[in-house]
Design a protein around this ligand. Structure first.
Ligand code: ATP
Ligand code: MG
Ligand code: MG
Ligand code: MG
Length: 439
């Protein structure tokens, strides 16, 4: 992409309304624009990152054997009356009436709708196990929308639902989700720690939240510092293996890590004092096993092996895709701007032309652009007629992992400058060498 043909409305000043760094940087980098409290347009740069996260989530869900689909944002109130949650959900639910006077709502989550789909089409235990998911906009009329996309009212969420014949099978689905989530967050360059949590209005006994440690996090968390040494890495996973998924579950959840809702000071005190940590965290996902809560209420049964109708065991599993954009920035920035992890960066490399209009510099930039593109990489070429300082500031702000600076002086010696956004290290190299380092 060439900057002269793009839409990147960068702000020079710090927007007064933004209280935390990710919100500030998303506004300044031209990623989002607020439309109403907690409701945002995703401008091209922000949209690109959002799509990258969505793709990672899809890839990891499909890898785990879960099936993508899409449910609507608007739902009929009837299903929610069946489960009893239409009244129970309270003012966070945005209720809408259509022209026929029918009660509708903008879905805050989809347990009811998916249970209805399931009961309409699945009749036998032979069709289990089944895990369906979608990535769709949700609406929750939050009391205090704030921190930009971190606590929006309209937000983008992956929610998945497992249907199993037995509790044992459903717990395997739970573990499978835990494993796939660990992989997902690591690919986004994040450490998200599974913590024992409280189930809230979804209901159920078994639940873990995934938290990214950050001072601006809204949750208070307590943990054994040894949990931060755990990494998933590039292990090969057989998602059908009950033992393997259970072992990873055990590995990542036996050390003490809890949110304030489930914190147990007596247990916490048993950890060696040097390893006890109290901190803040951002909730980027949650998994639940809630047994037959919805299948009982809504009559989602299958014919069991004994021929008798059996309510299915369910769980639901969410990832806050739009919140993650903010969480990644909270975890990865400096005073100049964002520092995108490689896996989620909107463009792989910036090209800065120090002398736009200079035939040699222009030609060198075009050639770099083409070689990078030929390798399947996406460069963002600042081809504006602007002074170098402004171009560097924009590149630092939007945080691409690499910058190639091209100017007549370097070209005389056959070199360009390659700079790492994360370390700030620069080196002079022939253009082809610079391309190789990035690829
Ligand atoms: P929170 O405690 O932050 O209100 P939640 O526990 O109500 O979140 P869940 O029902 O567990 O949210 O939804 C799954 C995920 O969706 C959360 O882990 C979070 O990452 C994301 N999410 C929830 N509410 C919002 C919101 N208002 N804005 C952005 N993302 C959200
Ligand atoms: Mg909430
Ligand atoms: Mg929560
Ligand atoms: Mg939650």
């Amino acid at each position: 992409m060439r900057l002269t043909r793009y839409f990147l409305p960068v702000l020079r000043e710090n927007p007064a309304e933004a209280q935390i760094v990710s919100h500030r940087l998303m506004l300044r980098a031209g990623m989002i624009k607020q439309n109403a409290a907690g409701i945002y347009s995703w401008l091209p740069l922000g949209f690109k990152v959002l799509r990258k996260l969505e793709n990672i989530v899809h890839e990891e869900q499909v890898r785990a054997g879960h099936i993508p689909m899409l449910m609507p944002t608007l739902q009929s109130a009837d299903l929610w009356r069946e489960s009893g949650r239409y009244d129970a959900y309270g003012p966070e639910m945005l209720r809408i009436r259509d022209r026929q006077d029918r009660d509708m709502l903008y879905g805050p989550t989809n347990e009811e709708m998916i249970t209805d789909i399931f009961r309409s089409h699945v009749g036998s235990y032979k069709d289990l196990p089944l895990t369906l998911y979608h990535i769709q906009w949700k609406f929750r009329d939050e009391m205090r929308p704030r921190f930009g996309v971190m606590r929006g009212r309209e937000f983008f969420m992956k929610d998945g639902y497992n249907f199993d014949l037995t509790k044992e099978d459903a717990l395997h689905a739970y573990n499978r989700h835990l494993v796939s989530y660990l992989r997902t967050y690591e690919r986004m360059g994040l450490q998200a720690i599974p913590m024992r949590a409280d189930s809230g209005p979804i209901g159920g006994d078994d639940t873990h939240e995934f938290l990214v440690l950050a001072e601006t996090g809204e949750s208070e968390v307590f943990y054994d510092s040894a949990v931060t040494d755990l990494t998933f890495g590039d292990r090969e996973i057989d998602y059908d293996s009950v033992e393997q998924c259970a072992a990873i579950m055990e590995e990542f959840t036996t050390k003490y890590a809890r949110t304030d809702e489930t914190h147990d000071p007596a247990l916490f005190d048993q950890i060696p004092e040097a390893r006890r940590r109290t901190a803040r965290g951002i909730e980027v996902g949650q998994i639940f096993y809630f047994g037959t809560k919805y299948s009982d209420a809504m009559g989602a049964t299958v014919q069991g092996p004994d021929g008798k109708p059996t309510p299915v065991h369910m769980g639901s599993h969410g990832i806050g895709v739009s919140r993650l954009v903010g969480a990644i920035i909270e975890a990865s920035h400096d005073d100049k701007g964002i520092i995108w992890p490689e896996g989620v960066t909107p463009y792989h490399c910036g090209i800065v032309n120090l002398k736009q209009g200079d035939a040699e510099a222009d030609a060198a930039c075009d050639a770099l652009y083409q070689s990078l593109t030929a390798l399947g990489l996406e460069p963002l070429y600042d081809d504006r007629d602007e002074r170098a300082g402004g171009k560097f500031a924009t590149m630092d702000l939007i945080g691409l992992p690499w910058r190639i600076t091209v100017g007549p002086r370097g070209l005389k010696n056959g070199v360009v400058e390659l700079t790492s956004r994360r370390t700030g290290d620069s080196q002079e190299l022939p253009p082809e060498e610079a391309v190789k380092k990035i690829a």
